[in-house]
Write a new protein. Structure first.
Lengths: 114, 113
């Protein structure tokens, strides 16, 4: 059974500092990995999706890397801003033959202080 | 373009009462998901629909939970009777097809007293 872990559970940084969020998963047979952002009382917004054949994806200040063999992904957010304060969740998708399921980590709650 | 719509946004009920949640997916999205999210945890899949067919309901507690998507568009999730442990956020998501990017609604926050 696929298990996804995110450490730390919470993170507080001063504005301008780079953020590094970690995600690990137990089964390397994944189809893709996705990073989401969740604001309080709201649904999830997809940030980046990395296919299993890719090593990284970039969007603006966000960069996500994937090391499938070691079961790890890292989300980097450069020059953090107070508006980046949210919970960040990673999720892995298993291949279709295994049910095509999306398994989420518990999230990292980020606070960027002005 | 409208996103995934869910209602109600909040619901407070007493234990043993029934409750229902409604979801309207993004137009044209054939795949619909219901997730349960407990406080401080990631969402967990309850059921997935491909059009009107429930193709994965292995995590749905069938003794008290039921879901339907009769015309392959809107969906309802019902709990009867509700228990204290059902207090959580119920998220609906949709995607154009299976395995494609999922778009989430704002969720329904349920509190069972």
């Amino acid at each position: 059974k696929q298990e996804v872990t995110q450490i730390p559970a919470a993170l507080s940084v001063p504005e301008g500092e780079n953020l590094v969020l970690n995600c690990s998963f137990t089964d390397s047979a994944i189809y893709n990995l996705q990073w989401f952002r969740q604001d309080p009382g709201k649904g999830l917004t997809s940030l980046l999706l990395i296919q299993s054949s890719q090593r990284e994806q970039t969007s603006g200040r966000l960069n996500a890397s994937l090391d499938k063999s070691s079961g790890r992904s890292t989300l980097y957010i450069a020059a953090s801003q107070p508006g980046d304060s949210a919970t960040y969740l990673c999720a892995v998708r298993v291949p279709k033959a295994a049910g095509n399921k999306l398994t989420f980590g518990g999230g990292t709650r980020v606070l960027v202080k002005p | 373009e409208a996103g995934v719509v869910q209602s109600p946004r909040y619901k407070i009920i007493e234990k043993k009462q029934p409750v229902a949640f409604w979801c309207n997916p993004i137009s044209g999205h054939n795949t619909l998901y219901w997730y349960l999210q407990n406080l401080g945890q990631g969402p967990e899949l309850l059921i997935r629909y491909e059009n009107e067919e429930a193709v994965d309901d292995s995590q749905l507690p069938k003794d008290r939970f039921s879901a339907e998507r009769l015309k392959g568009v809107d969906s309802t999730l019902k709990i009867q009777p509700a228990e204290l442990g059902d207090s959580a956020v119920y998220l609906c998501a949709s995607s154009p097809g299976p395995g494609e990017t999922q778009y989430f609604g704002p969720g329904t926050r349920l509190l069972v007293l």
